[in-house]
Design a binder for this molecule. Structure first.
Ligand code: GLN
Length: 348
């Protein structure tokens, strides 16, 4: 080596070494596919025999769903899919659909429309509370309690009920990355027993939050809640939110990236009914549950995850769903609030 060559290589080393070290240290803490796969499978094994909770039965068709059904799926923003258990059997999406009709209205009319007409605060009351409507005069609620959700559905543009429905189902399809269908049994069962939701829609009409046709909005809402999904679909929908609104597999983008954060904010404050605070305290993850046993959660930039398991706890959230997602997210560092100080990060 000539002196000049030696000098050049020394300089190069000085320049490159810190960069290489940083890279190596990042690599040491990065989670690879094997970690993801292990975390998902471990949670499945740990909770598959957990026998707590009970299927929802206020919608008769939900009581008949197999309570042993249990599937977990996790999807990363680069489209990798990790699964355990039954991720192909379908359940009705129920309240998880509220996330995506909110997305549709944000895309169509913007943040202010939701904020002004419905509100974005937790009510502190059950999801189908009529007291909450009276207390807040139809305002200051959020798109995830039934009054807010039925109103959200009523805000979707369309000249006919059919065109509104297409807008709803196309949005759900784009998030899931496949064509979804309505569970006719659930739709019929809920239509026959949804008098309370009809009353809620009439009250929201009386308070001029729903502008027209409240019962039509209730019917479309009931249909949207009856859409069949499996754990894989739900994880893909969650991963679309984790990935700035773009489906990581199909590349389709049903909403602009700027609308994702407001949706995650409402998921954080009101996604798990009365237990939203407890859930956020434990996991830091924006999430949404449905009475059919679905639960989705989003670790922004890292993963979307979903569980299907019908037995619910007293607050109405899937028991296995909460346990499995909390475990997996903890193993993968999914809590967006959890950060080490800068100096500790540098030392790792
Ligand atoms: N369709 C159900 C209802 O309106 C959805 C409720 C839920 O999942 N929390 O009662």
């Amino acid at each position: 080596m000539s002196p000049l060559q030696r000098k050049t290589s020394e300089v190069l080393w000085f320049v490159l070494a810190p960069a290489l070290l940083t890279l190596a240290s990042q690599y040491a803490v990065a989670q690879g596919p094997a970690d993801y796969d292990r975390a998902v499978k471990a949670a499945y094994e740990k909770f598959k025999n957990l026998d707590e909770g009970k299927n929802a039965d206020y919608i008769p068709a939900l009581a008949k769903v197999d309570p042993h059904l249990f599937g977990i799926a996790l999807v990363t923003p680069d489209g990798k899919v990790y699964t355990a258990g039954d991720v192909t059997s379908e359940v009705s999406i129920q309240s998880v659909s509220k996330v995506f009709t909110m997305a549709r209205v944000l895309q169509q009319s913007g943040e202010k429309a939701i904020e002004d007409n419905i509100g974005v605060d937790a009510t502190g009351q059950v999801f189908n509370s009529i007291n909450a409507i009276e207390q807040f005069k139809g305002k200051e609620m959020n798109p995830f309690v039934n009054p807010g959700a039925i109103t959200t559905t009523s805000m979707i543009d369309g000249a006919t009920p059919d065109s509104v429905w297409h807008s709803i189902i196309n949005t759900l399809d784009d998030f899931a990355g496949r064509t979804l269908t309505v569970n006719q049994d659930v739709y019929k069962s809920e239509s026959e027993t949804n008098q309370r939701n009809q009353a809620i829609s009439m009250l929201m009409f009386a308070y001029e939050r729903i502008k027209a046709n409240p019962l039509q909005a209730t019917d479309l809402y009931t249909r949207q809640c009856s859409v069949n999904v499996n754990a894989r679909d739900l994880a893909m929908m969650a991963a679309t939110l984790a990935n700035g609104g773009r489906n990581p597999v199909t590349g389709r983008q049903p909403i602009d990236s700027r609308h994702v954060a407001p949706i995650l904010a409402v998921m954080a404050t009101a996604g798990l009914y009365d237990d939203s605070g407890k859930w956020l305290y434990a996991t830091g993850l924006p999430a949404k549950s449905g009475v059919g046993g679905a639960l989705i959660a989003v670790s922004p930039g890292k993963f979307g995850i979903a569980v299907v398991s019908p037995p619910l706890d007293a607050a109405g959230n899937s028991v296995r769903g909460q346990r499995a997602i909390a475990d997996i997210s903890a193993a993968l560092g999914g809590n967006p609030y959890s950060q080490l100080p800068a100096s500790a990060t540098a030392k790792r």
